[in-house]
Design a protein around this ligand. Structure first.
Ligand SMILES: NC(=O)c1ccc[n+]([C@@H]2O[C@H](COP(=O)([O-])OP(=O)(O)OC[C@H]3O[C@@H](n4cnc5c(N)ncnc54)[C@H](OP(=O)(O)O)[C@@H]3O)[C@@H](O)[C@H]2O)c1
Length: 257
């Protein structure tokens, strides 16, 4: 009987979790899920799991060789550009097949009031010249820094800004937060709940990354006719890009021979 193919599944997303579940008991593949280890109490995928960074491209390359990895499926977050690049470079150098599973981006509907932003930093600069006063900030706790000074400045209309800053885990003690309220919560959130939250806090602008997936806040902002600063995704590394768990399973089945 042929040996099982070792698949390294770079995870941390709902898609990676679903893929690990689908691969349980696969007759040709042993799945090793890898988590960055930044989220407190992440849902643990079935099968083998390793946690923590690899130590850059060199560390990842050493791991791939030591663990005899045959395939790499990168199912990290669409904004995890560094991990995606490391996986691409290490696999290209070692000749290991690799693909990126990335959920489709959100696209605007007629009537949506989106302004596309190339980065989080650009969104903070743009906001400085925008009259919005009560801002719903949903960019993740690692990237709130550029918004902190804005809470202490007046808007172009002369009023102070207030932020509702949502994140999954509490920020570190020494991290400065934008002026306003911090909300700790893990999605997905329904459009109705998002709408109620925005109304309760009299939000007049949403800042979000184009993460794709459950779009409760996007639907709610559209219903309330709120402007949205939509932060564009970083570019993907070259190579196979798959847009669903089904497509990723197909790719794995083709390559696990
Ligand atoms: N909303 C969400 O649920 C969510 C989840 C994840 C990320 N994000 C967003 O994506 C952006 C980047 O996040 P990120 O720091 O995870 O990615 P990243 O910037 O691409 O990765 C930074 C480093 O973290 C380690 N790493 C990342 N994913 C890993 C995995 N699956 N297994 C092992 N190590 C891993 C690697 O460390 P080494 O170099 O040491 O190997 C990597 O170089 C942020 O803007 C963040 O807000 C959002």
């Amino acid at each position: 009987m042929a040996r099982l193919r070792n698949l390294l599944l770079l995870g941390g997303t709902g898609e990676a979790l679903r893929l690990a579940r689908e691969l349980q008991g696969h007759n040709r593949v042993r799945c090793i899920s890898s988590l960055a280890g930044r989220t407190e109490n992440p849902e643990r995928p079935p099968g083998d799991v390793r946690i923590g960074g690899f130590g850059g491209i060199d560390g990842l390359s050493d791991y791939l060789v030591a663990e005899k990895i045959d395939l790499v499926l990168d199912a990290t977050h669409p904004f995890a550009a560094q991990m995606a690049r490391h996986a691409h470079d290490a696999c290209a150098a070692l000749g290991i097949p690799r693909a990126k599973l990335v959920r489709p981006a959100w696209v605007p509907s007629p009537g949506d009031r989106w302004t596309m932003m190339p980065s989080v930093a650009a969104a903070a600069i743009f906001l400085r010249f925008h009259p919005a006063q009560r801002i719903f900030l949903t960019v993740g706790r690692q990237e709130i820094g550029p918004f902190v000074p804005l809470g202490h400045e007046d808007t172009p209309h002369g009023n102070g800004r207030w932020f509702l800053t949502r994140m999954i885990d509490p920020p570190a003690d020494d991290i400065a937060l934008p002026r306003g309220e911090t909300l700790l919560a893990r999605g997905p959130f329904t459009p109705d709940d998002e709408k109620a939250l925005m109304q309760q806090h009299r939000i007049d602008l949403l800042v979000t990354k184009n993460a794709g997936g459950a779009a409760g806040k996007i639907a709610a902002a559209a219903e309330l006719h709120l402007p949205v600063l939509m932060i564009d995704r970083p570019p993907l590394p070259p190579g196979a890009a798959l847009d669903s768990v089904g497509a990723a399973l197909g790719w794995i089945n083709i390559h696990a021979v």
